[in-house]
Design a protein around this ligand. Structure first.
Ligand code: SAH
Length: 256
């Protein structure tokens, strides 16, 4: 007997399970199959109760997407992505694979808390104005394109969030990106670095400036998000904890 399938593409948030949406939790509970890479499956382990788990590894995204689309013809499938599935996550690839398969599988994308908002929450209010999000991974985007975007975003005084700052193969991308951003932004600009934001353990944050951020080059890794402020961002010492404030502009209109 065949039954109608469904494919959910789920952003599971930055780490600990309480930052997953209630709808995502309910959908995962009601799925026949849950597909994802090992790290993300481990993050939602407490929600697994009888669903068939399909573990996939990094670099196997195309296989994973094809498997999910195939299974969703007849069963309820959740394919999971860290953070939000639209932000350098599985949503794009899964839709492309479904489009090319010619099948009319029923797809729904569920949003999640992404690294920039998770990291911003750790640092207070660093992104409360226009921002640009740029991934430094040149596996799927040519480095020249990344450089052009860094230069353009910095020249327009956007707050800039860097994802995928490093990997074993791409150890120098972070330092190269900072040098490009420095062409337009002053050394005094506030910078926040957050590692493992909202994960159960190992969360760490550093508040520094663009002039000094490369002192932390060795500390930055693939679990780090970087938030580079705009020209109005500043540091506030809140009872010994350094927070970042980027003003929205209320001070130009109101007294407070
Ligand atoms: N889809 C994910 C991003 C995938 S790209 C999302 O929406 O968050 C992977 C990059 O995201 C990492 O290299 C890191 O820069 C960032 N990242 C993901 N989770 C993070 C966390 N908990 N803390 C800090 N950075 C994180």
């Amino acid at each position: 007997m065949t039954k109608n399938g469904k494919l959910y593409i789920i952003g599971i948030g930055p780490g600990s399970v309480e930052h997953l949406t209630i709808r995502a939790r309910d959908v995962i509970a009601a799925s026949d199959h849950v597909i994802g890479n090992g790290t993300y499956l481990d993050q939602i382990e407490s929600l697994i109760d009888g669903q068939n788990i399909i573990r996939s590894s990094m670099g196997k995204e195309v296989d994973r997407a094809q498997k999910a689309v195939e299974l969703a013809k007849t069963s309820v499938v959740s394919i999971i992505s860290g953070g939000d599935a639209n932000i350098y996550g599985m949503a794009g690839l899964v839709l492309e694979v479904a489009e090319n398969s010619g099948s009319d599988v029923d797809i729904e994308v569920l949003p999640g808390v992404t690294a920039i908002t998770a990291s911003a929450s750790v640092l207070g209010a660093p992104i409360v104005n226009d921002f640009a999000v740029i991934s430094l991974s040149d596996l799927l985007t040519p480095w020249e394109v990344i450089e052009k975007r860094l230069d353009a975003a910095a020249s327009a005084d956007f707050i800039i969030s860097l994802y995928n700052p490093k990997s074993r193969q791409r150890n120098s991308n972070f330092a190269r990106a900072i040098e490009i951003i420095k062409r337009h932004k002053a050394d005094s600009v506030t910078v926040g670095l957050v590692k493992n934001a909202l994960r159960e353990s190992d969360e760490e944050a550093i508040v520094t400036t663009l002039g000094e951020v490369l002192d932390y080059d060795d500390w930055v890794d693939m679990r780090t998000t970087i938030l580079i402020g705009n020209s109005e961002s500043r540091i506030w010492d809140n009872n010994g904890k350094k927070l970042i404030i980027t003003p929205r502009g209320y001070h130009r209109k109101y007294d407070y």
